[in-house]
Write a protein that binds this ligand. Sequence first.
Ligand code: GCU
Ligand code: CA
Ligand code: CA
Length: 261
Amino acid sequence: MDLNEDCLINYYEFAVFAENWEGPERIPPAVPTGLLAWAGDGMVTLDWADNTESDLLGYNVYRSETSGSGYILLNPEPLTASAYVDTSVQNGLTYYYVVTAVDNLLNESAYSSEVIAAPDSITTIVIQENEPGFIGVFTGTIDSNNAGFTGTGFANTNNAVGMYIEWSVYAASAGTYQLQWRYANGSTNNRTGAVSVGGVTQATAISFPSTGGWTSWTTSALVPVSLSAGSNRIRLIAEMSEGLANIDWMSVTGVSPLPGS
Ligand code: GCU
Ligand code: CA
Ligand code: CA
């Protein structure tokens, strides 16, 4: 008890003694908050808010394939960072995660609220003008007079506002997909377009700048859109009186997209 060996037991020394006598403190850290999960291709990324306890040791991450029970600890030792990347997942399965906080005396908080993640493979499909998933040009033609296209030709809208090309893309579950077009624009103007999915505009002012000639082809920027589960009608709509650029193909990148019906 006489920590400073002055032959007196003061209040502080008695308090330290009393605390040791009662054993270690048993108060767990607060339950971690703000847990979020992002599913990727063969991975799930988790992030949550930092705990503020001064005696915090770290965090534990638990995973289950059933919501609400059966959690298994993933990390061999408490994590010092409030984030985790789980690469021990299988594409096509659904996972449920919770995290806890642990202090230096190994007191552990209750589970955080649960998050869900379904990792899956990311693939790209290309839809040509003569292939399933291509619906048509309204109004316009499928042409082959300007060389450099792939497939059997390209979609050429009439030169007017509102002309569009339509595709159908199937998504097994709702999610974000990236669209891209191969195009030629032999005019000097940047011809822009809007994208609608199921009649709802999702992007405007998509640029198809001049390629310097009708036989010079390039690819547009990637345009993210939200697709619903099932078949989605995607339109690329001319915003300018010149109509669209000539479109060689559209590609779709995301979780297993397929040509729609
Ligand atoms: C030219 C070109 C067409 C193109 C058109 C246009 O006629 O050959 O392929 O669609 O210009 O201005 O849109
Ligand atoms: Ca045209
Ligand atoms: Ca083509």
